[in-house]
Design a binder for this molecule. Structure first.
Ligand code: SAH
Ligand code: SF4
Length: 365
């Protein structure tokens, strides 16, 4: 018996086996998993139609993980941020990006409209240390366990004000942390969020964003599931990229882009690139031309994001005119690109910002 096992991460086979050991019929497995993923119960006590003895057995054997929601920012129809408190007191964020999804740049077709997207975290902090990022600036604390990743989705659905319909249809793994640096836990969590018996979100509705861990991109290519991949590029040359993203010194552009090519060839799937626009750093005409060359090589879509100011960072968002010029040059170069104007600039929309502010508030109390 292992009391640290989470009920959220039990496969139907594993749970059925455990039930069989207790002499309980296998049809209870479906019932239990429906309580978790469909009714989003927060404890075994809440699973009303399970016999008391079974609930007690389950409670003594499995953990029923559910992080309390500390606060939600934003209003109906806007970007909303959730701040969760983990068992060990650490704080993590998830972001609800409302439909129409076309505005967010996360999805590409009109049929995706009226579909909300949840952006989830994979680590507490991040070791990559990108200079523009609140999560990177506060350092790395720990990886999230698979159940802590899944619970962000279940928690958002629990909060859903319209309980009669599902809130989340798309997932982007773009919250705090570098997803591919927590590879095993992420893959386990995604397989459960993707499974029909689990949260049942299609693999094509799940996008993993990475700062560019080249070997892990190759490993991802060998996975069976068809998740989407998005690369946080943010510069078109090694000189500029290494200035703002230390990871580029470990995996320079050539290594990263070769891994992307291998991924695209194996998977037969398109990759997209994220590109934050930072004033007089990566918004120059020569960076734009470099970006056009890279985008052509992959027939890739570019998501442009004006830099979101982070406390203690000297970077600036480029003037509107520069943003406009950069965007139209990309389009003129034959590149498919969307400019994602963050609606949530004043609610700490960039990843890790709400957590930083809250931790400051808490430490001042
Ligand atoms: N570590 C992964 C996923 C989390 S970061 C990655 O880097 O891809 C998610 C996205 O938020 C990345 O594209 C990142 O570059 C972006 N981001 C971080 N700080 C930002 C800021 N201050 N303004 C705008 N986007 C930011
Ligand atoms: Fe980490 Fe992504 Fe932030 Fe870079 S941008 S520090 S990889 S979370």
């Amino acid at each position: 018996m292992n009391q640290s096992d989470s009920i959220l991460t039990q496969s139907p086979q594993a749970l059925t086996q455990q039930l069989a050991d207790w002499g309980i019929p296998s049809w209870r497995t479906k019932q239990i998993q429906e309580w978790i993923f469909h009714h989003r119960a927060v404890s075994f006590e809440a699973c009303a139609n399970l016999p008391k003895t079974l609930r007690e057995k389950l409670s003594s054997h499995y953990k029923f993980y559910s992080a309390p929601l500390l606060c939600v920012t934003g209003h109906e129809g806007e970007t909303r941020k959730f701040l969760w408190k983990l068992c060990d007191g650490n704080l993590i964020e998830s972001v609800l990006i409302p439909a129409p999804a076309a505005n967010t740049g996360h999805t590409s077709s009109n049929s995706e409209e009226n579909r909300n997207t949840l952006c989830i975290s994979t680590q507490v902090g991040c070791a990559c240390g990108c200079k523009f990022c609140a999560s990177g600036r506060s350092g790395f604390i720990r990886n999230l366990a698979p159940e802590e990743i899944i619970d962000q989705l279940l928690g958002a659905e629990r909060w859903n004000p319209h309980q009669n319909k599902r809130l989340i249809h798309n997932l982007v793994i773009m919250g705090m942390g570098e997803p591919l640096a927590n590879y095993e836990n992420l893959m386990k969590a995604l397989s459960i969020m993707n499974a029909e018996w689990g949260a049942n979100i299609g693999a094509r509705k799940i996008t993993i964003s990475t700062s560019g861990l080249a070997p892990k991109i190759r490993r991802l290519a060998a996975e069976e599931a068809q998740y989407r991949l998005s690369i946080s590029l943010h510069a078109a040359t090694d000189a500029v990229r290494s200035l703002i993203m230390p990871i580029n010194r470990k995996y320079p552009l050539k290594e990263l882009l070769d891994a992307c090519e291998a991924y695209q060839q194996t998977k037969g799937r398109m990759i997209s690139f994220e590109y934050i626009l930072i004033d007089r750093l990566n918004d120059t005409p020569s960076q734009c031309q470099g970006l056009i060359r890279i985008a052509h090589r992959f027939h890739a879509h570019i998501n442009l994001i004006p830099y979101n100011p982070v406390e203690g960072c000297d970077f600036k968002r480029p003037p509107q005119e520069t943003i406009r010029k950069f965007t139209s040059e990309l389009l003129a170069g034959g590149i498919s690109a969307t400019l994602r104007q963050e609606k949530g600039g004043n609610i700490d929309a960039a990843c890790g910002q709400l957590r930083l502010r809250k931790m400051k508030d808490l430490s001042e109390k």
